[in-house]
Design a protein around this ligand. Sequence first.
Ligand code: 8X3
Length: 249
Amino acid sequence: MNDFSDKTVLITGATGDFGRAFARRFQMAGAQLVLHGRNADKLAIMQSEFPGARTLCFDVTDRKAIARAMAGLGKPVDVLINNAGGALGAAAADESPLDDWLAMIEINNAALVAITHPILKTMVARGSGHIINIGSTAGSYPYPGGHVYCAVKAFVKQFSLALRADTYSKNVRVTNIEPGMVETQFSLVRYKGDQQAADAVYANTTPLLADDVAESVFWAASQPSHVNINRIELMPTRQAPGPLAVDRD
Ligand code: 8X3
């Protein structure tokens, strides 16, 4: 299915690089877009780029605002892309502030389930819908400095798989998309504005692009309705899971 003209696609965190790429891809297929962001100025720019889209402005840590926005959607969501999230810091666990850990759990997990919950109910009631979560290879492969980020993405993976256990007989599809290194603003946020540190992540290699991830999201969404893509893990050709670490004298 490549024609989404009768489908409403809600993208959270749509003002970031992934969100824009997803919006572009689904716009090409004619989808009616609902774009969420927490920054009104960035959303206004997106509104001019995607004139037919509806925008939703709220902070994903504000549970009441989420409930209000979901209740006020008006029309049912056919595809929910849970994209809002991110990493904070890359220092070793014992050197990381607790506030960063708690914030990552809030934005990547608590917010994701708070948005999913009301939409899942409407999808089950209609007997139709697709929830696409944006996970990460970090959810499968731990790495130094990953600690809570790896853990929250493992939650997203397992939540996605467990949702399938409750939705397979209700015609609601669930997919977890798990990208590795993608050149986006992700690292600039993780390193809290340190451009040099962010640039170093992508230096002298060939990372994925947000459009590569958008293709995977779109491919999963465009399968025939009897096909559920459970997980897609994608990495740059020049990246691979590392060996197990051994401390030696
Ligand atoms: C982003 C991929 O490897 O930086 O989710 O954790 S990684």
